[in-house]
Design a protein around this ligand. Sequence first.
Ligand code: MGD
Ligand code: MGD
Ligand code: SF4
Ligand code: MO
Length: 733
Amino acid sequence: MNSLSRRKFLKISSATVVTAAALTGTLNTIVKSADKINQKQEKGIRKIPTYCDICFWKCGAIAYVKDGKLWKVEGNPLDPLSEGRLCPRGTGGVGAHYDKDRLKSPLIRKSHRGEEKWIEVTWDEAIDYIAEKMKKIKTNYGPEAVALFSHGIGGNFFKHTLKAYGSPNISAPSFAQCRGPRDVGFRLTFGEDVSSPERTDIRNSKCLVLIGSHLGENMHNTQVQEFAEVIEKDASIIVVDPRYSIAASKAKYYLPIKPGTDLALILAWMNVIVNENLYDKEFVENYGFGFEQFASEIQQYTPEWAYPETTIQPDVIRATAREMALHKPATLIHPGRHVTWYGDDAQRSRAIAMLNALMGNWGRKGGFYYPQSMDVVGYPYPEYPKSERGKVDNPDNKYPFAHETITTGIREATLTGNPYPVKGWLVYATNLLQALPNEEETIKAIQNLDLMVVVDVIPSEIAGWADVVLPESIYLERHDDLNVEWFRDPFIAIRQPIVDPPNDQKPNWWMAKKLAEKLDLGHYFPWKNIDEYLENRVTNSGYDYNELKTKGIIRGEKQPIYFDEGVPIEFPTPTGKVEFYSLQLAQAGFDPIPKYLKPKEGPPGYFRLLYGRAPVHSFSRTQTNPVLMDMMDENEVWVNTDVAERYGLENGKYVRLKNQDDVVSNKIKVRVTERIRTDCVYMVHGFGHRSRALSSAYLKGASDAQLITKYEVDPLMGGTAMNVNFVTFEAEV
Ligand SMILES: Nc1nc2c(c(=O)[nH]1)N[C@H]1C(S)=C(S)[C@@H](COP(=O)(O)OP(=O)(O)OC[C@H]3O[C@@H](n4cnc5c(=O)[nH]c(N)nc54)[C@H](O)[C@@H]3O)O[C@H]1N2
Ligand SMILES: Nc1nc2c(c(=O)[nH]1)N[C@H]1C(S)=C(S)[C@@H](COP(=O)(O)OP(=O)(O)OC[C@H]3O[C@@H](n4cnc5c(=O)[nH]c(N)nc54)[C@H](O)[C@@H]3O)O[C@H]1N2
Ligand code: SF4
Ligand SMILES: [Mo]
């Protein structure tokens, strides 16, 4: 933390002493008169290990309390994910505790949805209200009519309550709005997911290819650290991005591709690698299926063919293909993470999987390792009731390769009542109005509900639509479930409270247990408190709970992670091989080998809207964090110099963006730059908040989500591609 943010931070910490008491008001102006204020008499420094929650990487951390106040968070050196170093967001995590915009007590809506009038209630009143509505919904429509949207490990106990209640409709935006297509593409090819944290052996790669994955802005800790390591070791880096990203600035080859044409490039790369006999023959011969058909199908995709599609010169395509082959099997074509781009995403991801297969890097050093995990048992709960109707999100198996629940499928069912009505949403830690495309559809779906509950830490946009808002304590104030990760080094990590919540906030496990009890499902929560739950799991798995609490992390024995260390060579696809040709896809009526489709163009005078991450923010969840906002308090729209000149846009001046459906954004600062192509613009996701109660984020910058009115659905798995919107500029008046 720099000295400026430190000063601000100290100022903010004293500003948390709140005195106002009110009965009704907007989401977070209500403060109970009996507010618990964090004024411990404690002196000195206390250190407590936990793990971070500013994003879902879950780095091991050590938090410090100084004179009774939360002071700082650092990396836990025992943690294999972070190796003792947090990313800037993790370090700034303390700001979440001191956030002055936090929700303070449970609220029930006073008027109609959309109007932000609330009554402060007790926890009993709030949970009684929810339980009563849920019982009614169960009687009238069945338990499946309540759905849970939940993102992150904090949702585990709510998931348990909902499963006990009898609903299988549990979903997160991390599938259909994020990594779903990638996991499907890799499953179809290797029979296995890439999983999270990704099983990418970046550290040992000699050639790393990043297709859009903007490591360095995307701050997933382990990956960024390993990326820095291979830059240091002079690995050959190839970056494909319409925008000159931070990663691009480290690359040997930077390919400023025309957005939406990556599949053409990947097919042309494979064409070169196959025709020049540069692939790993032994791997393909021993483990490949359908290589002959594949090799003949891709003959059409020459670098000369790909040139007008991608705008990447044929000699560059050839040179980069040869570069990849030179370093195989330690060449890693990164599978990406947020890959819901154009609608052909599962097929593009499959092509990336096949290109990796040509490098023979699966199970090999510098490619994809086999992640390991510790054997930790679950809590011995009673069995869940079985749902007769099954899930609501994917009627008639329309998206045959969706192996997780589709958020937008639940939204669709809520809108149409098909295949059956959905009448209640529990929303835990996901701002659906920023995370799902087309916010109007989300709002219309919400209007069909009998019950809408949001559990959040701040009055997010989605909380504004709830009937009941439940304020959660932040991750530094609570326990959560154990983190038993699949990674190159197996470990268990614990999250535990460092300080008390400042007001009447409660942890998710407490709410989920209380709700279950009020739903007459108390027997599903036989433990008294979470300490007992955690101790049970850890002790029954043969580990020392006290050791875990003291160290924060217990590491397991190192196990083999590569084929040559003894990992059995198995590919759980239908053929038992790496599938260059997919019978499954053919049978389901899809292309068994990916085919290129041109991306749809926008209207004349419009530019494709691209978006991504900033190193100091996470999605839409950190824009009220005083420490992180001090480093970046609004986003900018990146506009190419020539375009700016044509439209008379000046660097640092504000404009509004208008999309193809005439939706106009908040004002946003222009960043005139050569670092982006002329056919697109770019902004960081998560800004442009429109919830007034987010006083420090309200109307700061613009929201990409607001402009994403259009989306394409991936026919294989139901992912919603969002890079299909176009914007033009409107003068800011
Ligand atoms: N337009 C657009 N849409 C996107 C993306 C994009 O870049 N642009 N990215 C996509 C991707 S990759 C992903 S993974 C998803 C992410 O989608 P989400 O996970 O929904 O991300 P956020 O928008 O940050 O919403 C998180 C919400 O959780 C709340 N929260 C934070 N901490 C806690 C906590 O401790 N407890 C509780 N109860 N609530 C908490 C925050 O205040 C916020 O309201 O979005 C996807 N959608
Ligand atoms: N700091 C920070 N880090 C994060 C997160 C965060 O919120 N904040 N969120 C985490 C999560 S859940 C995810 S899923 C990841 C997402 O991060 P990644 O998976 O790395 O990135 P994407 O969102 O896929 O892509 C954004 C990049 O793709 C480029 N791009 C856009 N269109 C195209 C195209 O057509 N072709 C190519 N080749 N490139 C294109 C953009 O210019 C941008 O550089 O980040 C993770 N890391
Ligand atoms: S990557 Fe950063 S924000 Fe995410 S868990 Fe690790 S330290 Fe926290
Ligand atoms: Mo994501």
